[in-house]
Design a protein around this ligand. Structure first.
Ligand code: SF4
Ligand code: SF4
Length: 384
C-alpha cells in the first residue's frame, strides 16, 4: 500500500485543480459544511503537512478521521482519494499521534480476541449451532463460508448468517466454515491506518486459506468482501471471493431457490463496500425484485449515500454518524417503501438506530420468501 509521501503528486494535482466536484456527494461535507472535511480540503491539509507548512494539530487529526471512506469522492475524481485518507491516518500514527481512543480499543480487541468487539473467540462459532455445517479441513472442501467478525459475534446479526447458510443448504451448495478459527479479515485495521498490523494479518490469512485448499470464499460481509478480494488478488492467489448476495442471486436465477413474490414496495441501500467500492450492484437488486417491488432512492448505485457506520466514524464520531443514518432513512422513507433492504452488518445495525422504517437483511428477506414452497406450488396451481 502506498504511503502518503507517494501520493504527493496526486495531492498537488488536486491543489492545482481545486474543482470541488467531490463536495456534492460527500456525506460528511454535506452534513457539516466544513471545508477541511471533504477531499478537496483534506488533500490540501495533507499537502501542507508534507510541505512542512504547518504541524499536526487536533484539527488535522480530526480531518483525517472524520470520514467514512465511503468512496463517493472517488466517483467524481480520477484521484485515489480514499487511499489518500487511509495513508493520511497511517502517516499520523507513524508520526507519534496516538490512535483515537475508540479506534485503539478496536485494534486491541482484534489483536487479543480476533474480532473488534471484545468477544471471546468461542463466540465466533455460536451462529452455526444446529446447522450441521462441516468445519473446513485441508482438501475437504472447495467453498468456505466466511461469516466475518461483526455478524458472527453480535447476537442481533446472527439471523442473517443463519439465513445465508440455510439458503445455501436449501440449494444444495456444499460448504464449510472455519468455526472459531475464522480470522478477522483486517478491514478495520486497514481503515484506521494500522497498516503494519493489517499486512501481517493478511499474510497469515492467505497462508490459512491456501493450506485448507479452498477455491472459493463466500462471505456475508461487504467489508470482508473487498478486503479479502484485494488481499488475495494482490498476493496472486487463485481463490475467488464473492459476496453471498452474488452466490444466492445465481441460485435464484438458476431455479435452485424458489421464491414467492409480493408487491410490497421495498428499497435497497447499497453498502459502500459492496456497491461503489466492490462493484456489486445488480445481484442484490435482482434478489429484492424477485421478492418484492423495488423502488430506488434518488441516490443509489454509484451515487448511494453512506449510512455513516464506516471506517471508525460510528465509534469515534457517533453524533455525525447518526446524522448520516437519519438522512439515509429519510431518503428511504420518501420513496414510499415500507422496508429498506441491505446486506451489510454495519449498515443494518446503523440504519436500525433510526426509527420509522423496517430495516431487513437481504438474506432474511429471501429465506422468508423461499420457505413456503408448498404455497408457491399452490399459487401456480391456482393460476392455471
Ligand atoms: S479531490 Fe478531486 S474532485 Fe475534489 S477538488 Fe480535488 S481534484 Fe477536484
Ligand atoms: S470517502 Fe466519503 S466521507 Fe470520506 S471524503 Fe470521500 S465522500 Fe466524504
Amino acid at each position: 500500500m502506498n504511503s502518503l509521501e507517494e501520493f504527493k503528486d496526486e495531492l498537488e494535482t488536486c491543489f492545482g485543480t481545486s474543482c470541488g466536484f467531490c463536495e456534492r456527494g460527500c456525506p460528511v461535507y454535506q452534513s457539516l459544511k466544513v471545508k477541511t472535511l471533504c477531499m478537496k480540503g483534506r488533500n490540501r491539509t495533507m499537502l501542507g503537512l508534507l510541505q512542512g507548512r504547518f504541524e499536526i494539530t487536533p484539527a488535522v487529526v480530526e480531518a483525517a478521521f472524520e470520514c467514512t471512506l465511503c468512496g463517493n469522492c472517488d466517483r467524481w475524481c480520477s484521484l485515489k482519494n480514499t487511499e489518500h485518507t487511509r495513508a493520511f491516518r497511517e502517516y499520523l500514527l507513524k508520526h507519534g499521534i496516538a490512535p483515537m481512543k475508540e479506534h485503539a480499543s478496536l485494534v486491541a480487541s482484534i489483536k487479543n480476541y480476533g474480532n473488534p468487539w471484545f468477544q471471546p473467540r468461542s463466540a465466533r462459532n455460536r451462529w452455526t449451532r444446529g446447522l450441521n455445517i462441516p468445519k473446513a479441513a485441508p482438501g475437504k472442501q472447495d467453498t468456505l463460508f466466511f461469516a466475518g467478525c461483526t455478524s458472527a459475534v453480535m447476537k442481533p446479526l446472527i439471523p442473517s448468517l443463519v439465513a445465508s447458510a440455510k439458503l445455501l443448504q436449501k440449494a444444495g451448495v456444499k460448504f464449510a466454515t472455519m468455526g472459531q478459527d475464522e480470522p478477522c479479515c483486517g478491514s478495520t485495521l486497514r481503515r484506521v491506518g494500522q497498516t503494519e498490523a493489517f499486512e501481517d494479518l493478511e499474510k497469515k490469512n492467505l497462508e490459512k486459506f491456501e493450506s485448507l485448499g479452498i477455491k472459493k470464499i463466500v462471505t456475508a460481509c461487504p467489508g470482508c468482501y473487498t478486503t479479502l478480494k484485494e488481499s488475495l488478488e494482490k498476493a496472486g492467489s487463485k481463490i475467488q471471493v464473492v459476496h453471498v448476495a452474488q452466490e444466492v442471486s445465481d441460485l435464484v436465477k438458476g431455479g435452485k431457490l424458489k421464491v414467492r413474490k409480493t408487491h410490497e414496495k421495498m428499497t435497497y441501500h447499497d453498502p459502500c463496500h459492496l456497491g461503489r467500492l466492490g462493484g456489486v450492484f445488480e445481484e442484490p437488486r435482482d434478489i429484492v425484485k424477485a421478492v418484492a417491488d423495488l423502488v430506488e432512492m434518488p441516490n443509489s448505485r454509484y451515487e448511494s449515500r453512506c449510512c455513516g457506520a464506516g471506517a471508525g466514524l460510528q465509534s469515534a464520531f457517533p453524533k455525525l454518524s447518526r446524522d448520516l443514518a437519519s438522512k439515509r432513512i429519510a431518503e428511504a422513507k420518501a420513496t414510499g417503501a415500507t422496508t429498506i433492504i441491505t446486506c451489510c452488518p454495519f449498515c443494518e445495525t446503523q440504519l436500525r438506530t433510526v426509527p420509522g422504517i423496517d430495516v431487513v437483511d437481504l438474506m432474511e428477506l429471501l429465506l422468508d420468501a423461499s420457505e413456503n414452497e408448498k404455497d408457491i406450488r399452490d399459487d401456480k396451481e391456482a393460476e392455471k
